[in-house]
Design a protein around this ligand. Sequence first.
Ligand code: NAP
Length: 332
Amino acid sequence: MTDSPSTTNVRAMVVNSFGGPDTLTAQEVRLKAPARGEVLVRLAVAGVNFVDTYMRRGLRTMPLPFTPGLEGAGVVEAVGPGVSNVRPGDRVAYAQQLGAYAEATLVPADSLIPLPDDMSFEDGAAFPLQGMTAHYLIHEYRKPREGDVVLIHAAAGGVGLLLVQWARHLGARVIGTVSTEEKAEAVRKAGAHDVILYTEQDFAEETLRLTDGHGADLIIDGVGASTFQGNLQAAALRGQIVIFGAASGPADPISPDVLMERSLSLSGGDLWHFMPTSDDMLSRANAVIEGIENGWLKPHISRVLPLAEAAEAHRLLGDRHTIGKVLLSTGN
Ligand SMILES: NC(=O)c1ccc[n+]([C@@H]2O[C@H](COP(=O)([O-])OP(=O)(O)OC[C@H]3O[C@@H](n4cnc5c(N)ncnc54)[C@H](OP(=O)(O)O)[C@@H]3O)[C@@H](O)[C@H]2O)c1
């Protein structure tokens, strides 16, 4: 069923050419009525993710122009033919569709996550992408056991703070790396046992020192170039290293022999590969919601900027000035 007009004009932040944060331009964009299986969501809040900055810079293949933003929360305004899982007026979030830096957007119905009544739109936009990422990183590799040493890079970041809380919840000994003392404080508050300022100290040596030479059983790395080599020294015998991002640029290649010498495992991860079906996505999302509702998992929202200030959000993120999550509010 659809009861929407054939098109709607909405205010959006658009990338017309690849480049710095100021390429994000406020524009009116025209949305068609939702097609079969689609839903028009009136967005209250969009989540900002580091990957948005890769897209803006042209480091990911993107058709121009485009509206960035892979997640948001808001209210269903209209549904296309064949949609039965949501109705106009439902409160929803999602993380699988480009176009969230806007007052409204079209989303496949099977990407929608129903929001609990008592969850704010801010929390709703803060958890999907980074929460489901933390979920697969914790559960799909070496799932931390009581006493395992888990080393988390950029631990004060959006994904980082969620990983710290999750690993701690499972009983791991958590070590985080960060660039500033203010970030270190946030990571300690999130439950890390130790924090290393990797801009001042050699994190591999420090990890070995803190663990009496044992090293880290699991290393979760979204930083890449500046951390990758150190991971090989910081890992425990038979340790597992998971690379899921490259905030500092792509890591240099290594010989596989390096892994053999200390029986290390090296894996990569991309969220989209860990939720091939709507049921997979919903089970990860609901595990995150459960953690939030039970009180042991808290998305840390550090900044909520107006949608028009998307460029400032990108500047803060690219300049390493953010702790936890940055959101854009549409005023809806
Ligand atoms: N593969 C996946 O499934 C997946 C999903 C989500 C995110 N990611 C990746 O995970 C990483 C974290 O994402 P996020 O959205 O949560 O971002 P974020 O961690 O909030 O922000 C990135 C952080 O990386 C650190 N960093 C280190 N070197 C940097 C540099 N040269 N420039 C900028 N930042 C640098 C900074 O923390 P310090 O200042 O403390 O160093 C910065 O705050 C990103 O690489 C992202 O692409 C991957």
